[in-house]
Ligand binder design. Structure first.
Ligand code: NAD
Length: 520
């Protein structure tokens, strides 16, 4: 294996193909600006989802190492907070430049560990990079407010960093989600301890290496690994002031409760079941292509994947055409140039997805296109599930109720737009939704009445750009959506407002003792 300066992870010397079987190098912690081997006893194996060859082993970072990461962040905080905003901004400029230089390397690490296609992995990096680029312009947004409230008296508000914050990330966007957190947290003057998903930590470690190269002082970013034990440590550690979490409801609801009970700010984006509502007046070609892309792209493992198709009235006639388009997608290893749909992340994910498809058949739905048992000749050991379309679905079926997180589209029919809106709103999730129509009034009615964080009008995956915020509704976001990622709410999340009222008398006009609240 080539020597690597950082030895951050196997991602430092990615093969950019599934063919080469590398001797795996254990994934390292990044603590106090150094990539260090863990003394862990427990390790998680990461396998290439296309081949199931082992890529790396990820440590359950030990208690001592976790404490060292927090001490490093806590120690770095006073100097980092005192570092001028312009100096912090310069590091961000260098960081975004380096992300562009290392874009392919980041994407290759994602394809190798997570499975998505190389092109899609580049998009994963881009959507995070955009947040980092926007964070470079934070200088104008960080200003407080000032008002001369009376003669010689003024009130000023400041945005101050919180101190040490933590982030807990999911497997499905190994670059984007760390980049939803790191840039805003650090440019506002915080120090951060980040735990990537134990299933694909490579991209986060490359980002750490790039920040090191950009001149980030030691301790401002620390990366630790593991699963539940690491999360519990971060939730209970008193010096951590805020937790950013993105992932499933199972983990996220627990993390929100325990973190909040410990007095921390918590932002937690959770699971989804996103509906695409199609009206019969929609542009057929655009709509079907958009739905096929959003249902099966990234093998359905996006929190904004369109996983339920709601066909209003006559639009159900388009179903055979939709199935034909889904059949044309190429399922292959993510590094293959023709690949549209890569493998799902693990054999257990494949098994779970296939069991949901099976349950649909057993519960009386019709499986129009069945991706179970999908074989890709070049990758006989991969976790492939082919695009799957299930129709005659009712809302009490498991395939409708559960987040499948695989390339499976379930289809329901309703007679009217009104009924479609009621159906979507009855679903317990409210992450994203899309409507396809040529009618302005119909789109406007939909937009006003639908309960979802992100609404697309003829846009299948309406992930907001970083000048807005990624929100959610209902069960898709913890805490009623009060804390959301990036944009102005993201800036609020990572800063504490301090309001100072001062009196500098210009003349000596003693007012005597005041023992009551001033009144007019
Ligand atoms: P996950 O909840 O299994 O894991 C997320 C993180 O939580 C990981 O770092 C993991 O180590 C940790 N974790 C898992 N189980 C835990 C437990 N019991 N206790 C403490 N920590 C635990 O999620 P995932 O499978 O990695 O990601 C997919 C999920 O994330 C999907 O539900 C998807 O919808 C959701 N997601 C949501 C958004 C959004 O913005 N709403 C974005 C991306 C992904």
């Amino acid at each position: 294996l080539p020597a690597t300066t950082s030895a951050a992870s196997t991602a430092s010397h990615f093969p950019n193909t599934h063919d080469k079987v590398l001797d795996p190098i254990d994934t390292k912690n990044f603590i106090d600006n150094e990539f260090t081997n863990s003394a862990a006893i427990e390790w998680f194996e990461v396998h290439d989802p296309a081949t199931n060859n082992i890529v790396t082993r990820v440590p359950q970072t030990t208690g001592d190492e976790l404490r060292a990461a927090v001490v490093s962040a806590e120690t770095a905080f006073p100097a980092w907070r005192a570092t001028s905003i312009i100096a912090r901004q310069q590091i961000m400029f260098k960081f975004v430049h380096l992300i562009r230089v290392h874009w392919d390397r980041l994407a290759a690490s994602i394809t190798l560990e997570q499975g998505k296609t190389f092109k899609d992995a580049k998009g994963d990096v881009l959507r995070g990079l955009q947040v980092a680029e926007t964070a470079c312009g934070i200088t104008t947004q960080l200003t407080g407010e000032l008002l001369e409230v009376a003669k010689d008296m003024e009130t000023r508000s400041y945005r101050e960093p919180l101190g040490v914050v933590a982030a807990i990330c999911p497997f499905n966007f190994p670059a984007m989600i760390p980049l939803w957190c790191i840039p805003l947290a650090i440019v506002t003057g915080n120090c951060i301890v980040l735990k990537p998903s134990e299933r694909d930590p490579g991209a986060a470690l490359i980002l750490a290496e790039l920040l090191q190269e950009a001149g980030l002082p030691k301790g401002v970013l620390n990366i630790v690994h593991g699963s539940r034990d690491t999360v519990n440590f971060l939730l209970d550690e008193p010096c951590i002031k805020a937790i950013s979490f993105v992932g499933s409801n199972n983990a996220g609801e627990y993390i929100y409760s325990r973190g909040s009970a410990n007095g921390k700010r918590v932002q937690a984006n959770l699971g989804a079941k996103n509906h695409a509502v199609v009206l019969p007046d929609a542009d057929t070609d655009h709509t079907l292509n958009a739905i096929v892309g959003a249902a099966f792209g990234a093998a359905g493992q996006r929190c904004m994947a369109l996983s339920v198709l709601v066909m209003v009235g006559e639009s159900k006639k388009w179903l055979p055409d939709l199935v034909e388009r889904a059949k044309q997608l190429v399922v292959n290893g993510g590094f293959e140039k023709d690949c549209d749909v890569g493998p799902v992340v693990s054999p257990s994910s494949k098994e779970r997805i296939e069991s949901v498809i099976k349950s649909a058949g057993e519960q009386g739905a019709s499986i129009l296109l069945d991706g179970r048992g999908y074989r890709v000749p070049k990758y006989p050991n991969g976790n492939f599930v082919g695009p799957t379309v299930i129709t005659n679905v009712t809302t009490n079926m498991r395939c409708y109720k559960e987040e499948i997180f695989g390339p499976v589209l379930v289809c329901v029919s309703v007679p009217t737009l009104d009924e479609a809106v009621r159906l979507v709103n009855r679903n317990e999730y409210g992450n994203g939704v899309a409507v396809f129509t040529r009618s302005g009034p119909a789109a406007s009615y939909f937009q006003k009445n639908i309960e979802a964080g992100q609404v697309g009008i003829n846009v299948p995956i309406p992930v907001p750009l970083p000048m807005f915020s990624f929100s959610g509704n209902k069960k898709s976001i913890a805490g009623g959506g009060a804390n959301t990622f990036y944009g102005k709410p993201g800036l609020n999340f990572y800063t504490q407002t301090k309001t100072v009222t001062s009196l500098w008398r210009s003349e000596n006009t003693g007012t005597g003792k005041q023992v009551v609240m001033p009144s007019h």
